[in-house]
Design a binder for this molecule. Structure first.
Ligand SMILES: *Cc1c(COP(=O)(O)O)cnc(C)c1O
Length: 424
């Protein structure tokens, strides 16, 4: 069966033919490649077409597809341990690794980024005994009801303002702030300060395309939270172990989040999430405390094994980040140069192996409004052109593309050669 017949058949059994909306390439009006296999920086579809992959499963594949250490860990573990629903040593190993890296006391494993962020919010509310949460426009924290307001990413690409099926009572405690805008945040704190349980932020945003907050903004955000008894949650589901080994903790050393959420990379490509923080907060979780959160599959041995293999590899070989920075710089500079020659106006935001090419006449993209003003028609043409040339990119202006250790100079050259023949 070719891509089209598989996808048409899938549409009969799976809504939209996909298990997560963005994969359908609905905006592009084409059949998505049906992916059969992947190795290193390459993926292959059912028609055996090869693509250099810059999606990387939306972030997790920082070691490339089917990295041998990860494959071995999954294979070996599967021979003796698939699921018990009981404590295992593997959970301890990953928990220790994550706590040491993030400088936190305790962590709880869950099965997805969504679960991590929604549980962190509940914990923050339980700890502070307050109701309101502040999120930033353009940040995505998963599909929990309370977050589906100005949620960027796939929610944005679908053109739906949030989602149907959410009673307004579920979002009445969600306050949306402007990213990189400390005055706006101060106003919000003035209005609601003694009822704000937490502020949740992507410390490097990736879900409105890559947007970096200023150091000043982050430090003031931290101060505002501390002064108002509000917890600060770093949602590092995407940027954790991605922008640097220690994630946003490394980029903003003076900012001390109370809770951190993880996902994506920490599961090595298997379904995983985690949230952690200070002991006095984490010990409010059941069975120790009154905040209930559970999961039949949480801490699954195969997931833990893949996560440990990935995080250990990153820990032992931190020149991985140097390589990613080197090829990232080359790619960024190359695209800028070619764009200039062709009179295509772009802004490129990149932090380590997370990058977005914004098609815009603006000089900078610093928030959701800036991102939304970009030219999605040019983006669509660019995406289709690159896909045709065997370069797999995220199919939206409001997503990050990802680099991995397996991307070579040659892959970057091929990207740039493909981009050279792009015309708007
Ligand atoms: C992907 C993502 C999530 C949601 O994770 P899922 O595993 O898709 O539920 C949450 N927050 C951020 C920042 C993400 O990038």
């Amino acid at each position: 069966m070719n891509n089209k017949t598989i996808f048409e058949e899938s549409k009969k059994y799976i809504p939209g033919g996909v298990n997560s909306p963005v994969r359908a390439l609905k905006d592009m009006g084409i059949t998505p490649p049906i992916i059969k296999s992947g190795m290193g920086s390459k993926i292959y579809d059912e028609e055996n077409k090869e693509y250099i992959d810059f999606v990387g499963a939306w972030g997790p594949m920082i070691l490339g597809h089917c990295n041998s250490r990860v494959v071995d860990a999954i294979k070996n573990t599967s021979e003796t341990a698939i699921a018990f629903g009981a404590p295992t040593k593997l959970e301890l190993d990953l928990a220790k690794l994550l706590c040491e890296t993030a400088s936190i006391d305790m962590i709880r494993m869950v099965n997805s980024g969504t679960e991590a962020t929604m549980s962190a919010i509940k914990l923050a509310r339980g700890y502070t005994k307050r109701n309101k949460i502040v999120k930033f426009a353009g940040c995505y924290h998963g599909h929990y009801d309370g977050f589906l307001v100005s949620a960027g990413s796939g929610v944005m690409t679908c053109g739906i303002p949030g989602s149907a099926g959410i009673p307004k009572e579920h979002i009445e405690h969600t306050i949306v702030a402007n990213y990189n805008d400390i005055d706006n945040l101060k106003e919000i704190f003035t209005a609601y300060s003694n009822d704000i349980a937490c502020v949740i932020i992507e410390p490097i945003a990736g879900n409105m395309g890559v947007v970096k907050p200023s150091m000043e903004f982050m430090e003031n955000l931290d101060k505002l939270c501390k002064n108002n008894g509000t917890l600060l949650i770093f949602d590092e589901v995407m940027c954790g172990f991605r922008i640097a080994y220690k994630g946003a903790r490394e980029l903003f050393p003076n900012v001390k989040p109370d809770l951190i959420t993880y996902g994506k990379i920490i599961g090595g490509g298997l379904p995983c999430g985690a949230y952690g923080g200070r002991r006095e907060i984490m010990e409010l979780l059941a069975p120790l405390g009154p905040v209930y959160q559970a999961g039949t599959m949480s801490g699954n041995p195969l997931v833990m094994a893949a996560g440990i293999a990935t995080v250990k590899e990153l820990h032992e070989k931190q020149d991985i980040y140097t390589h990613i920075e080197t090829i990232g710089t080359r790619l960024e500079n190359g695209i800028k140069e070619i764009s200039k020659e062709k009179n295509i106006n772009v802004v490129i935001n990149r932090v380590g192996g997370m990058m977005t090419v914004f098609f815009t006449d603006l000089n900078e993209i610093n928030n959701y409004e800036d991102a939304k003003s970009c030219n999605t028609n040019i983006f669509r043409k660019y995406f289709m052109h690159m896909l045709d040339k065997g370069i797999n990119l995220p199919p939206s202006q409001f997503e990050a593309m990802f680099l991995s250790i397996s991307h070579s100079e040659d892959d970057i050259n091929k990207f740039l050669t493909a981009y050279k023949s792009f015309n708007i």
